[in-house]
Write a protein that binds this ligand. Structure first.
Ligand code: LMR
Length: 401
């Protein structure tokens, strides 16, 4: 019956992480998947999250279906986090928000909505982007293209080329943008570059679709929402999928949201209705538990303070690892400029390692990085950063020699 079913080639990120788990070498180092590990190499259980979960469990009570759009307290807390509770877009009711199954679930619900209601639109993602972006939008039946983004000569942004390409897009094209901590490069737009992008998006009638999976890992919780707030204040209509997987270390609870910023409250009500229709036809309604943990952390003042401090400590630890990696590599290969480790933000850095070099790192040194050359800086710690730098220097140095 199923002989014609093609084998699944595997996912470039999740399969590599599986390979790492199976590797028997004790000194192996995992810089593949985008997960924050603490300095002891463990996925942290945040104290704020643990205490919020205890409160949720203590409340007990029955477990009815949530409304299709998710829990009201979660949705309100997400809007306040993204826009600020007093933002005009929130107070005027022109943001339609649903609780989603991770931000991936939100991205896909938004993609299905676009495929149905903007049937002529095509999607433009940065070159490069998170591998799954393309799969998700293509899975919704949308054609996906790329706009120039990463400049491998400088380890920075090809901003002028990016604008030139976006300027040529037909109206109602979907432009996928990383709100902060670009995955996989760590290269973000500056505030001035976001400001410069806005008139173009407006004049060309493009539809921005923001992905905010790393809020708090770049420059801070508020600063990392800067792009969201700038676009909303400029009166643009746009989509935003956000996640609590990394910022609350709640990966497996699949906590995220999709928000659509609309011109007015009446249109937001229409959009919310169609998002609900999409959800109902897919998985009916989201789960309760993780969303209630998130809502509790965000709305209890004491837990909120504690979470912000814990997230700040994760951000600082990543910056320390960036500085250490930069220092050791610069000392080992003095002719090369590793300054990009210091300017890139968030969990990821694009190292310029080729696929063959990534293979050598894995096979000869047991250091797992993506074949695109992306490393997860949050997988580094005081015990493995030196060994990682030595291995990278050996592979890069061999290429130079
Ligand atoms: C990553 O980019 O490694 C993370 O976002 C995990 C994933 O699902 O790919």
């Amino acid at each position: 019956m199923f002989k014609h079913i093609p084998p699944f080639a595997g996912d470039p990120i999740l399969s590599l992480n599986d390979d790492y788990q199976r590797d028997p070498r004790p000194h192996k180092i995992n810089l593949s998947i985008g997960i924050y590990f603490d300095d002891a190499g463990r996925i942290p259980v945040l104290d704020s999250v643990r205490r919020a979960e205890a409160l949720v469990v203590a409340k007990g009570g029955p477990k009815p279906y949530l409304p299709i759009e998710g829990a009201a307290n979660f949705r309100a807390a997400v809007q306040a986090l993204l826009f600020g509770a007093a933002h005009e877009a929130v107070t005027s009711g022109r943001v339609a928000t649903i609780q989603s199954v991770g931000s991936s679930g939100g991205l896909k619900v938004g993609a299905d909505f676009i495929a149905r209601h903007f049937a002529g639109s095509q999607v433009w993602v940065s070159d490069p982007t998170w591998d799954n972006h393309r799969s998700m939008f293509e899975g919704a039946g949308l054609a996906v293209h790329t706009y120039p983004y990463y400049d491998e000569r400088t380890g920075g942004l090809k901003f002028d080329e990016m604008l030139a390409t976006l300027r040529r897009l037909p109206p109602k094209s979907i432009v996928l943008l990383h709100a902060c901590c670009h995955n996989p490069t760590g290269v973000d737009l500056s505030a001035a570059q976001w400001d410069a992008l806005i008139p173009l998006l407006r004049e060309r009638e493009l539809i921005p679709y923001l992905d905010l999976a790393y809020q708090g890992f770049g420059d801070g919780i508020e600063a990392d929402a800067g792009a969201v707030r700038t676009l909303a204040s400029a009166g643009l209509s746009f989509f935003i999928a956000n996640s609590f997987s990394k910022s609350m270390s709640l990966y497996g609870e699949r906590c995220g949201a999709l928000s659509v910023v609309c011109p007015d409250a009446a249109q937001a009500a229409l959009v919310l209705g169609q998002l609900k229709f999409t959800v109902r036809r897919n998985y009916s309604s989201p789960p309760i538990h993780g969303g209630q943990i998130v809502a509790t952390v965000l709305t209890d003042p004491e837990l909120r303070r504690s979470w912000e401090a814990e997230l700040g400590a994760m951000r600082e630890r990543i910056l320390t690892m960036r500085r250490t990696l930069h220092g050791v590599l610069s000392a080992k290969l003095p002719g090369r400029d590793f300054g990009y480790f210091l300017t890139q933000r968030g969990m990821f850095s694009y190292t310029g390692l080729s696929a063959a070099q990534a293979d050598r790192l894995r096979e000869q040194h047991a250091v797992y990085v993506l074949r695109s050359g992306r490393i997860c800086v949050a997988g580094l710690n005081t015990a493995n950063v030196e060994a990682t730098a030595v291995a990278m220097a050996a592979v890069l140095g061999a290429a130079t020699a």
